[in-house]
Design a protein around this ligand. Structure first.
Ligand SMILES: Cc1cc2nc3c(=O)[nH]c(=O)nc-3n(C[C@H](O)[C@H](O)[C@H](O)COP(=O)(O)OP(=O)(O)OC[C@H]3O[C@@H](n4cnc5c(N)ncnc54)[C@H](O)[C@@H]3O)c2cc1C
Length: 521
């Protein structure tokens, strides 16, 4: 027996949940299938004893920030009152031998300008020009993507030609290209401006300048925040909307096949219970793929696979991340940690492009040289994660599946333990005494990301965003696939991160609704 729905969503990452909740509000009857035991994909929190572990989120753009996809989603679903955001005061603190004393990069153009000029007075002119360029490029992207309403567009119409010139001038360049034009080989200021690069990429020579403008520009200009109580709060609320609208949300159900209709259009999904292996079929004319295209390919009839996969075949994957969480019995601030987010850049990184070598170090057992790490202390803000009395400290570092995939289970465990110990030693070197306060610890690697998210290479941001060869015609988001009625709704549709996945899910829901209306004539 099969049941019919208006849409089926394969995977409950943020892109799938966004598409599902928006489509459910418009059309009602939606089925969400998730192979894991809880919803959210990377946007998840879980317990390890008394420790609440945030699986991903450090910072995202709060929906209160003007424009942007988070705001649009929250307004469209009317959930501004349901999810609380804890503001993050500064973007991050950087501890980098090349910069000297710890350097705190604030949010907001004027504050950033003042702080940078104070530390790098010889670059005053270039700092101003660079920040103006980021601001103009970001305005143009917002204008072109319709991030703001009509009034904002009217008010900015006069500046638009200059903004447009800023964005088109560099639209085919990498971050390294633009940094070199403004700062030459002054590597220290590049670290000061983008030491958090590994949050979304690890090779500045390959990452698209516009990706920096969208991600970092958003934080620099608009500020950042954490979802109080953890990213699971948002995932749960979006899943709840699907149920409120009469839909069904099933965890522990793995989609195994996509069934097509007589004209090759999406028609249904066969799925299997991960607990008892029983199978069922659900029918719907619209299917949102939150699982990676590489996984969806294997669910399609053999004859349809090549056409479906053709646009994605040669696209490089984004980075993966190693993520370690420690539960401390004292606040990290007791050991001198004073920022929500601190980036520890090792002394071997002398050039900004050295970021690309950081993940290589994880291919071996730890030695003297450590990778770069980002440290987040959730007890510095009102995160809601330290209620049990254990204070969570999270560390992330760029990682790759190759570092872990060929190890036996025993060797994998031993290597993980060795790296956990090395990270604790590194934290203790920076903040003496902190190691003794660690009472709980857990670590996920690129292999865990691959297994949990079912993404190729354990990618956490979809595909890598490289500079395009041709002039792009709009937002770098592609929801449409070669299969009619099958839409991509994940980081793989465009770009990742919370805002990116939400943007991809929003545009998937909009595209599917438009298609539905056209089909109905
Ligand atoms: C450690 C870490 C830190 C991060 N920090 C930040 C941050 O501070 N700020 C930020 O903006 N972003 C951050 N990110 C990135 C962000 O979390 C992701 O880019 C985003 O959540 C990806 O969403 P997605 O919609 O692509 O789906 P994913 O989260 O990749 O989820 C895909 C889902 O599909 C399910 N699935 C796969 N195959 C099937 C199947 N056959 N059947 C059923 N279900 C299936 C998976 O189980 C999974 O639940 C971080 C990520 C990680 C891992």
């Amino acid at each position: 027996m099969s049941k019919s729905f208006d849409a089926i969503i394969i995977g409950s990452g943020l892109g799938g949940l966004t598409a599902g909740a928006l489509f459910a509000r418009a059309a009602g009857n939606v089925l969400l299938l998730e192979r894991n035991a809880s919803f959210g994909g990377a946007a998840t929190t879980y317990q390890r004893g008394a420790l609440t572990v945030e699986a991903s989120l450090h910072e995202t753009t709060p929906p209160s920030a003007p424009g942007g996809f988070n705001r649009k989603l929250f307004e469209a679903l009317d959930i501004e009152e349901d999810i609380e955001f804890a503001p993050v005061e500064n973007l991050h603190e950087i501890r980098c031998p090349l910069i000297g004393d710890p350097f705190v990069l604030p949010h907001g153009t004027d504050a950033i300008k003042a702080r940078l000029v104070e530390r790098f007075p010889h670059q005053k002119k270039n700092i101003r020009a660079f920040l103006r360029h980021v601001w103009r490029s970001r305005q143009a992207v917002d204008y072109l993507t319709g991030a703001h309403g009509g009034l904002w567009r009217l008010a900015h119409a006069a500046e638009f030609p200059l903004d447009l010139w800023a964005v088109y001038r560099d639209v085919r360049l990498s971050l390294s290209d633009v940094f070199a034009r403004f700062f030459g080989d002054d590597e220290a200021i590049k670290f000061a401006l983008a030491a958090n690069l590994p949050y979304f990429a690890d090779d500045p020579d390959d990452i698209w300048w516009i990706a920096y403008v969208m991600v970092q520009g958003g934080f620099l200009l608009g500020g950042g925040a954490y979802i109080k109580g953890g990213s699971q709060m948002l995932s749960n609320r979006l899943a709840e909307i699907i149920r409120e609208e009469g839909g069904k949300t099933l965890a522990g159900r793995e989609a195994v096949a996509i069934e097509l209709g007589p004209d090759g259009e999406a028609a249904g999904v066969r799925y299997r219970s991960t607990s008892d292996g029983t199978e069922a079929v659900a029918r719907a004319p619209t299917i949102f793929a939150n699982a990676a295209p590489h996984v969806i390919e294997g669910m399609l009839p053999v004859a349809s696979r090549e056409a479906f996969m053709e646009p994605f075949q040669d696209r490089p994957l984004s980075i993966s991340l190693l993520s370690a969480t420690f539960g401390l019995n004292q606040r990290p601030s007791a050991f001198g940690l004073s920022s929500y987010s601190t980036l520890l850049i090792p002394s071997w990184m002398e050039r900004f492009s050295d970021f690309k070598h950081s993940a290589d170090l994880l291919s071996e057992l730890p030695a003297d040289t450590m990778p770069m790490i980002a440290v987040v202390d959730y007890s510095q803000i009102d995160s809601g994660l330290a209620e049990s009395g254990l204070f969570p400290l999270n560390v992330v570092s760029p990682d790759r599946l190759e570092n872990w995939q060929d190890l036996s289970d025993d060797a994998y465990r031993q290597k993980k333990d060795a790296w956990l110990a090395a990270i604790i030693r590194r934290l203790d070197e920076e903040w003496p005494g902190i190691a003794d306060a660690v009472v709980e610890k857990t670590m996920s690697t690129a292999r865990s990301m691959h297994e949990y998210l079912n993404t190729p290479g354990g990618a956490v941001y979809g595909f890598e965003l490289r500079p395009p060869e041709d002039l792009p015609r709009g937002m770098p988001i592609t929801n449409e696939t070669a299969i009619k009625g099958l839409w991509l709704a994940s980081a793989f549709a465009g770009f990742g991160g919370f805002t990116g996945s939400i943007a991809c899910g929003t545009s998937a829901a909009q595209a599917a609704m438009r298609d539905r209306e056209t089909s109905r004539g």
